[in-house]
Each structure stands twice: as structure tokens, then as C-alpha cells.
Design a protein around this ligand. Structure first.
Ligand code: ADP
Ligand code: MG
Length: 265
């Protein structure tokens, strides 16, 4: 058994993470003293102001960036080991598809790189793009392209899915549809998910837990358990408990924006 395959280990364990970027105008401290835990099968969202270090944090968890300080464990091993064991899937804001390859060929390429085989038509159907298998990315809407990126990220059956504002560029309606589909996919397969978003309602709708970050340097301000029933359905968004949770997340964000995690607005 490799260090990346301990079933009892948390999906993500980040301790004392700090990161500094060197730049001409002086160092930028993007993250400072960040601790974060995601259990196997848990859906955790991170919300925080723009530029607070969310992408930096996700890249550190993915093993794409070596943090200045602190440690990152993924299923008890290094992010690289998790990557090698095909335990990680990543979706970023830009779908990053190869424009000259069809939808199906984009997904197949990702699979070839991992050596995992799967039912590609079935996978495309699960993310609602079966009818577009032969299309090129340029022929699709932004929402459809993000579905392709999602299919590519889950094709090898990762146990941890990292999503960096994946729906940020979509219109509100596409966003609502794709959000519900993500809930359904997650409720079926139950990978751990670390999901970065600006959208508070989206975070509440999707998550088991919402982590609120402060402005630069990014620190963890608060953590709100989303104890809404599952399976989540669209109408949950118009319930009082949903509204109360949205208010709590918003209040935590405001407190952070005012530089005081304890005080009100
Ligand atoms: P977020 O995803 O929350 O918007 P980022 O993690 O992208 O934030 O960035 C955090 C901070 O680090 C920002 O202030 C950003 O300008 C800075 N930053 C990000 N990448 C670099 C880089 N390669 N060089 C210098 N500064 C960077
Ligand atoms: Mg970002």
C-alpha cells in the first residue's frame, strides 16, 4: 500500500501553511498560518475575497506549488503521491481544453495519461454532454466547456476533487443548472471536494462545511457547518435554514473584510 492510499487518512490535512511570492515590488504574503482539514467524502467550500490566496492554497494541495512554510498531506501522503495514485482531480476557472480535439478526445487524452479505462460515453452522459461528444470546444457554450473539464477531472475516479471557481465565468442560469448537477454527481460518487467560490449561495448549496478566509494574507476566519438535509434539491434555496446559513457566511466574510474576525459589521 502506498502512502497515498491510506483509507482512514483525511483527504486533506494542511498545517501551518504560509506562502510568499517574490515580486519586484517586494514579497507578497499570500497565505499565513493556514490549517485546513477535509475528511474523505466531505464537500468543503472555501470563500474569501479576491486575491486572498485561495488559488495558492488549492495549488499547494494539488502539489503544483511548494509552500514557503507548513505541510500538506493528501490521504496521508504527499500531493505528488496522490497524483501518482490518480487520487486527484482538478478543475480550474479556465477549462483548458485542447481546441483541435473533440469533447470526447479531450476526455480520452486525460484518461490515456493516467492509464485508467472508463466508459467515456457514460461519463459524458453523466455530466450532460453526451450530445456534444463530437463537437470541438470552440463550438460549445462556457457552461458546456466546464462540463467537459469536469468530465476530464473525474474520468479516472479521483477520491479528491479540487475545484477553483469552476463556474465563475458562467451566467447565473447555467451556474444554477451545473451546480445541481455537481450536487447529484457528488451525492452518487462521494469524492472529497475542496471547492473555491466567490458565491455564498453556491457554497451553502453544495457543501457540508464552508470555510471563510480573510483578505490578504489569507487566514482561516471561520468555519460554518451546513447541516441541511441531503439529497439537496433546488427548492432548499428558498427555505429559512438556507437563508440563515447564507447570512452567517456573509457575516463572517464582512467581519474579515473589516479586519476583525470577532466583531460585527
Ligand atoms: P485568490 O485565488 O484568492 O484570488 P491567489 O492565490 O491567486 O488569490 O493570489 C493571492 C495573492 O498572491 C494575490 O495578492 C496575488 O496577487 C498574489 N500572487 C498570486 N500569484 C502570484 C505570483 N505568481 N507572483 C506574485 N504574486 C502572486
Ligand atoms: Mg483564484
Amino acid at each position: 500500500m502506498t502512502t497515498a492510499a491510506r483509507p482512514s487518512a483525511p483527504a486533506v490535512a494542511v498545517r501551518g501553511l504560509a506562502h510568499r511570492y517574490a515580486s519586484g515590488a517586494g514579497d507578497v504574503v499570500a497565505l499565513d498560518g493556514v490549517d485546513l482539514h477535509v475528511e474523505a467524502g466531505e464537500f468543503v467550500s472555501i470563500v474569501g475575497p479576491s486575491g486572498c490566496g485561495k488559488t495558492t492554497l488549492l495549488r499547494a494541495v494539488a502539489g503544483l506549488l511548494a509552500p514557503s512554510e507548513g505541510s500538506v498531506a493528501v490521504f496521508g501522503g504527499t500531493p505528488e503521491a496522490a497524483q501518482t495514485a490518480h487520487a486527484l482531480g482538478l478543475v480550474s476557472q479556465d477549462p483548458g481544453l485542447l481546441p483541435w480535439r473533440s469533447v470526447e478526445a479531450n476526455v480520452r487524452l486525460a484518461l490515456e495519461l493516467t492509464g485508467v479505462t472508463t466508459d467515456v460515453p457514460g461519463l459524458l452522459a453523466r455530466v450532460g454532454i453526451a450530445a456534444f461528444a463530437r463537437h470541438r470546444p470552440g463550438e460549445l457554450s462556457g457552461g458546456m466547456r466546464q462540463r467537459v473539464a469536469l468530465a476530464r477531472a473525474i474520468a479516472h475516479g479521483p477520491r479528491l476533487l479540487l475545484m477553483d471557481e469552476p463556474f465563475g465565468a458562467l451566467d447565473e442560469l447555467s451556474r444554477e443548472v451545473i451546480r445541481l448537477e455537481l450536487v447529484r454527481l457528488w451525492e452518487r460518487d462521494r469524492p472529497a471536494v475542496l471547492f473555491v467560490t466567490h458565491a455564498i449561495r453556491e457554497a451553502v448549496m453544495l457543501s457540508d462545511r464552508v470555510v471563510v478566509m480573510s483578505g490578504l494574507p489569507g487566514r482561516m476566519l471561520d468555519e460554518i457547518a451546513i447541516d441541511l438535509p441531503r439529497p439537496r434539491i433546488e427548492s432548499i434555496e428558498s427555505t429559512a435554514p438556507f437563508a440563515a446559513l447564507v447570512d452567517r457566511v456573509r457575516a463572517a466574510l464582512r467581519a474579515g473584510a473589516h479586519g476583525d474576525a470577532r466583531g460585527g459589521v
